[in-house]
Design a protein around this ligand. Structure first.
Ligand code: PLP
Length: 364
């Protein structure tokens, strides 16, 4: 059980109770018909949170980074030009993964804290095979316009990281032209880390690498895992042993989100983030992410001059049981990252973190 002190931060969110309750249930075997029903329903609910009708939508048994690997290793043919929008740590990671898959990477660099410049990305190469971008950059707290990339992608495939956006802010994979997407469970879905919700459409699947350099992440073989082509009730053969408890937990978390209503959940995240960001500014703190592109679920704050970033984070944890994140990369000591994801996106959590931060800063 994740402890109360992990309420905040860019890491695991405080799980929805339905997700943790499922972990306490008796374990099901991975071929038990009851588990297969849970898996089918989970894939259906994932289609809803992705905003897709893609048959091939499933929870990969691995973390978000493996979702990233699966996306590239299945779609990059040796020498393919892959344009990657880099506006933070996870865009950087994409360039590394794509290069290891044999891509000719065209990295379009941005100042951290700013959204992806759609025109620069779309004009970076005349005919890329893939355009890749992170929807919600967890390292900087910035949202980028995936729909605009989709509208201008031409013949390229659009590959999108939705680790921190899924279940927290508007995400419409089909309407926005996303061909391949991967996510994680530990952010706004409010489930423990360890699964990668994944989706790929027919267009991308037909262009896939026939024999990718990964056995485990070869999407061509996963039909056996979730049923033929991911279709409900399809033929199943053994691929790997599904992490049944984790899938049941994801099922619990998704059920909770869809019971509340996806748009209501997005609105709850927005309201919590808006309130937190207004409160921080009232305290005289400066936000890091560019105005107009701030994620509600992950707020980045500049550490005030003369304040010891690490000492404040330690005090928040020790005195108030609240964990906030350090900045990433070059901003490790100069930015804080405050997550309000999943169950934490609520008014009382906002008030708590504002009051606790004020208390610690007063003592600093
Ligand atoms: N992409 C983004 C935007 C992330 O925030 C993360 C993790 O925080 C990842 C990818 C990698 O996911 P994981 O740590 O589950 O491997």
């Amino acid at each position: 059980m994740i402890r109360e002190r992990h309420l905040f931060g860019p890491g695991p969110s405080n799980p929805y109770p339905e997700a943790t309750r499922a972990l306490a249930e008796p374990l099901l075997g991975h071929l038990d018909p009851e588990f297969l029903r849970i898996m089918d329903e989970t894939c259906d609910m994932l289609r809803t949170v992705w905003g897709t009708d893609n048959a091939r939508t499933l929870p990969l048994s691995a973390t978000g980074s493996a979702g990233m690997e699966a996306a590239f290793v299945n779609t990059v043919h040796p020498g393919d030009v892959v344009v990657v929008a880099v506006n933070g740590l996870f865009g950087q990671r994409m360039t590394d993964v794509a290069a290891r898959c044999g891509a000719e990477v065209v990295a379009v660099e941005h100042d951290w804290g700013h959204p992806v410049d759609v025109d620069r990305v779309l004009s970076a190469h005349p005919s890329p095979a893939i355009i890749a971008a992170v929807h919600a950059e967890t390292s900087t707290g910035v949202r980028s316009d995936i729909a605009a990339l989709g509208a201008g992608k031409g013949d390229a495939l659009l590959l999108t990281d939705a680790v921190t956006s899924i279940g927290g802010i508007e995400l419409r994979a089909d309407a926005w032209g996303v061909d391949i997407g991967y996510a994680g469970t530990q952010k706004c879905l409010g489930v423990a880390p360890g699964l990668a919700p994944f989706t790929i459409n027919d267009r991308a699947f037909e262009r896939r690498v026939e024999k990718p350099r990964s056995w485990y992440l070869d999407l061509g073989m996963l039909g056996g895992y979730v049923g033929e082509a991911g279709v409900k009730g399809g033929q199943r053969t053994y691929h790997h042993t599904a992490p049944t408890a984790m899938v049941a937990s994801l099922h619990g978390g998704l059920t909770r989100i869809l019971d509340e209503g996806l748009e209501a959940v997005w609105a709850r995240h927005q309201e919590a983030g808006d309130t937190l960001q207004a409160g921080l500014q009232e305290m005289g703190l400066e936000l890091f992410a560019a105005e107009g592109s701030r994620l509600p679920e992950l707020t980045t704050v500049k550490v005030p001059e003369g304040v010891d970033s690490a000492a404040v984070r330690t005090q928040l944890l020790d005195r108030h049981g609240i964990e906030i994140g350090a900045g990433a990369g070059a901003y490790a000591a100069s930015v804080w990252r405050i997550g309000l994801m999943g169950r934490n996106a609520r008014p009382d959590a906002v008030l708590l973190v504002l009051a606790a931060l004020q208390d610690v800063l007063d003592r600093a």
